[in-house]
Design a binder for this molecule. Sequence first.
Ligand SMILES: [Zn+2]
Ligand SMILES: [Zn+2]
Length: 568
Amino acid sequence: MTSQEIQNRFITIISCSRLIKVQCGDVTRAQLLFDKSTKKTLVMYGAMMKGYIKNNSATNAIDLFKEVKNPNEVMVNLVFNACAQLATEYELNLLKSISSVISSSFYSNHYVLTSLIDAFIKCGDVKSAKSLFDKSTRKTLPMYGALMAGLTINDQEEQAIAIFNEIPLNELHRENHSEKKNLLFEKKTDCLEANVTIYLCLIKALAKLGIFEQAQSFVQQIPSSVLADQRIRNALIHMWGKVGSVDEARRIFENISQLDHIGWTAMINSYGLNGMGVEAVKLFHQMPKEFINDLTYVCVLNACSHSGLVDVARSIFNNIQKKTEIIYTTMIDCLSRRAAFEEAQQIIEQFERDQAPALTIYMPLLSGARNQKNTKLSQEVVDRMQKLFPNMKSSLVAASILLANVYASSGDIEKATDIKIELHKSGGKKQIGVTVTDIDGKLWKFRAHDRSHAESAEIHEQADRMSKRIIEHGHKYDASWIVRPVQPDETIETLLCGHSERLAMAAHFIRNRKPKRIQMTKNLRMCGDCHEVTKLVALIYQCEIVVRDANRIHHFNMNGQCSCQDYF
Ligand SMILES: [Zn+2]
Ligand SMILES: [Zn+2]
């Protein structure tokens, strides 16, 4: 074969395999031809790199890239994609070094720039991605989308929504995209598709933010052509569930004529998150069997777990043929919430007979032991975790904090303090609790004992007034939820009254004297005392209160009850 023939055959193999999922055999055949070729062109290098990336062999693509002295834009674009696929510290450094030496003209190619932004985000460097984005003079929808997705994954959903607001309207709702398909980069520039992608990013950010008013105002802006897309509808079911509006989720679910597994699972999850376990299980049994996958099992078991339906969960669990780690974890959570610790431990043993121990399956057991103030079991679990997973530092910090809380809540403040001092020495940091809420169309954020707002003095006065009324209704502050020694200038009441969700409620009552509905999102779990207090606030002030915490969504009704029936 002449080198031209080799090149032609090689390109044929890669081009054909491009259409379908690349098979290992194709890449091997292509590689043989590539190695044989004495005259390798940049096009061949690019095609070979693409073959490797599609075949999940990004390392080979990077190695190949390094062989070339003057790579073209296509190769640079591909090496960024390869880095995004692997996304470790090594690739991040590689990205930094490649992006500092490539020709400045490459930066005006928006395909290359989008890939670089995406790669920085996947490697965890949002700052570099954001600064590249800011510098770009021609921002395209995929570029906005890449940044929004990255911000949301990195817990900056508010910024993601702010980026959406920066998209010029003519860019977003352009009916006829005049741009020609760029064959070299093989990207679709279909206008509807680009819009669907950007709205999916927005809906994900809104779901994570969890504030009903914000979700509602943005959803009204979605054009009907985009709303007709199944992926958008599925994402909306999920989003409405996450913002505590099951009715909206169900309305969309019932209007989809051809449901797929994602739609079914999202609806089951929406029920589960909102404490409607019975409805979740009912829907699960109606779901076509061929659609059920691991995630469906996790969602339905989770729904049982949050509604105390242990028997139902047990029967579903026993009928699952192939149980994954996350399915085991959810079942253990379900049992531990009901204090069925012996059975939970048997399930852990069952898991460890077939698979290597996993840290995640111990966390729900520990959390259940904490709820029961069971110091003995908590200590045993943490000891076992430390022995089995000595290198998983951040998870061990979370476990130790839970352990300290168990000791504190059972009255052993000294032991709790010892653990916290130990954690502080080892550099482990406790996550700070933040509550977010929408008041008059503006997002407010509160930390515990927050005094950063202009109205802080009024907010604290209101929190005190609320506290007095709650006490009149017979509330006794529960000191067991305080996890540190009380300082001389503090009381149990002042410590608990400063929790972020109480300040958020107080702010609502100042701004709007008789709110009918308050909704908020908290990044950590609500403490038991705040849970009791919120039930009373809903009753006394006749206001529906919805709180999404790290675990679930609580609907506090005006009759003084919570939808979680105190399984939280
Ligand atoms: Zn609290
Ligand atoms: Zn609740």
